[in-house]
Design a binder for this molecule. Structure first.
Ligand SMILES: C[S@@+](CC[C@H](N)C(=O)[O-])C[C@H]1O[C@@H](n2cnc3c(N)ncnc32)[C@H](O)[C@@H]1O
Length: 221
């Protein structure tokens, strides 16, 4: 499955380097614009889990690191992102907050440079909508998660509620400006990715993003 991201200006594909240029140009504004909307959702998604000391967590598309201090300090946290500029801001947070349990790498979510079965949790918040190959990212997340591991995905799907779908339609030009593609219903996405969903949540009733908690169940699907 390849989900294409349209260029807002000319309708052609927004290429990976264009997407990275967008994040490069806007990284300094990211926390100002998105932290109030994104971090509460991350808090709810991450707060759902009872992490154990020594567990390893991978945060895919960590961005400016809004999630990093939400993980317990007794876990080893690795954050990856393709954008140097976003990572630089994440690095600053790590230093400022003294997060000695966190390591950051520049890496493509479609091609994770980790061995299989490496992580207890693999988390992806607000990234699946922006990558060109969402199914590949999910495959990679499953590959590097332990067979008993968990996947946590925060993503925006086409709403099945007709009123919300209209709101989404109105917001579509805004979403495209930030490289978002919302073209799958939740049901289609689960069918295509074959995720074993354990729990599904939302920040609140009208939130456009869903929080998916899935078990890796490797070898069972
Ligand atoms: C909307 S931001 C989300 C950042 C963070 N997870 C959050 O919730 O605040 C999307 C992030 O995905 C990163 N990204 C986009 N494509 C990527 C890819 N192929 N591999 C790794 N990161 C990618 C961008 O650089 C950006 O930092």
């Amino acid at each position: 499955m390849v989900i294409e991201i349209k260029n807002p200006d000319n309708g052609s594909l927004l290429k990976k380097d264009e997407l990275m240029e967008f994040y490069h140009n806007h990284s300094n504004l990211y926390d100002l614009l998105f932290k109030p909307f994104f971090q509460p959702r991350q808090k709810k998604a991450i707060g759902y889990h009872d992490f154990m000391p020594g567990e390893r967590i991978l945060d895919v598309g960590v961005g400016t690191g809004l999630s990093l201090d939400l993980y317990p300090s007794f876990c080893e946290v690795i954050g990856i992102d393709l954008s140097k500029s976003m990572l630089r801001l994440a690095e600053r947070k790590v230093e400022k907050l003294g997060l000695t349990n966190v390591t950051l790498y520049e890496m493509d979510a479609c091609n994770l440079k980790f061995d299989e079965n490496s992580f207890d949790y693999v988390v992806a918040t607000h990234i699946v909508n922006v990558v060109h190959e969402p199914a590949r990212v999910i495959d990679e997340m499953r590959r590097v998660a332990k067979p008993s591991g968990s996947l946590v995905i925060v993503n925006h799907f086409v709403s099945s509620n007709p009123i919300m779908a209209k709101v989404e339609n109105l917001l579509e030009p805004v979403f495209q400006k930030v490289g978002w593609r919302v073209n799958h219903t939740y049901e289609d996405f689960i069918h295509l990715t074959n995720l074993s969903v354990m729990h599904i949540d939302k920040l609140n009733k009208i939130d456009l993003w869903k929080i998916i908690h899935a078990s890796n169940n490797k070898g069972h699907c």
